[in-house]
Design a protein around this ligand. Structure first.
Ligand SMILES: CC(C)(COP(=O)(O)OP(=O)(O)OC[C@H]1O[C@@H](n2cnc3c(N)ncnc32)[C@H](O)[C@@H]1OP(=O)(O)O)[C@@H](O)C(=O)NCCC(=O)NCCS
Length: 186
């Protein structure tokens, strides 16, 4: 098994990831019923399109996601966010690592009652830091140009906007860690 396969295995199994306030739990089908309520507000789809799924539809979706990508070149890493200590679920952060495991695309959703408390930033930072430590080439996210909250989350994780668009959204990319610059010594 090569290093990247080992990464994929670890990613799929899901290392424990925790922040100050959140457990980032590997997504399981058992999360679907509670998450159907957390994600039940149509307003969550203002920028990303679509509509909330019923509990049954979400259960089917989570069963598929938890089983892992059928394409071995793609790794699905989906986390459900729970308040630490078996508290309520508040949202998700998803990372999709695509061909050759070269690019990880991130997406975040926080249930409406839980928004505006820094949870998306806290969770996305943890996932970003974790992915940045794996041999994944670059991290990207696609964000609607009017979606200031999501742009703020991306910026807080070290992403910056690129000139690339996809389906009406701007591609954000995580810049490499800043190296020493001449001005540091000016
Ligand atoms: C985007 C989203 C995940 C943010 O979740 P959140 O937990 O409320 O975000 P945070 O509390 O971490 O706040 C992130 C930033 O957005 C800002 N923000 C939060 N709500 C905002 C709003 N309604 N309008 C403008 N800015 C907002 C916060 O002030 C913060 O900015 P700051 O760091 O400069 O202070 C949430 O709005 C959401 O789930 N939206 C629907 C799904 C979606 O569109 N996902 C994004 C797909 S790319």
């Amino acid at each position: 098994m090569g290093m990247l396969d080992a990464v994929a295995d670890r990613t799929v199994r899901g290392e424990p990831l925790t922040t100050g306030r959140l457990d980032l739990l590997p997504l399981r089908v058992e999360h679907a019923a509670e998450m159907a309520r957390v994600l039940g507000d149509p307003a969550l789809h203002a920028f990303i399109g679509g509509a909330p799924l019923t509990a049954d539809a979400l259960r089917e979706r989570y069963a598929r996601l938890a089983a892992g990508s059928p394409d071995p070149a793609v790794v699905w890493c989906n986390r459900v966010l729970g308040l630490r200590g078996n508290g309520p679920l508040v949202g998700t952060v998803q990372a999709t690592i695509t061909p050759g495991r070269d690019t990880a695309e991130l997406a975040w959703v926080i249930g409406t009652p839980w928004q505006g408390r820094g949870f998306a930033t806290e969770a996305a930072r943890a996932v970003t830091t974790w992915l940045a430590g794996l041999p994944v080439g670059r991290l990207i996210a696609h964000i609607h140009p009017g979606h200031h909250a999501s742009a703020a989350v991306a910026a807080a994780c070290g992403f910056g906007p690129t000139p690339h668009w996809e389906d009406g959204e701007v591609r954000w990319e995580r810049r490499p860690a800043p190296g020493p610059s001449l001005t540091d010594h000016a």
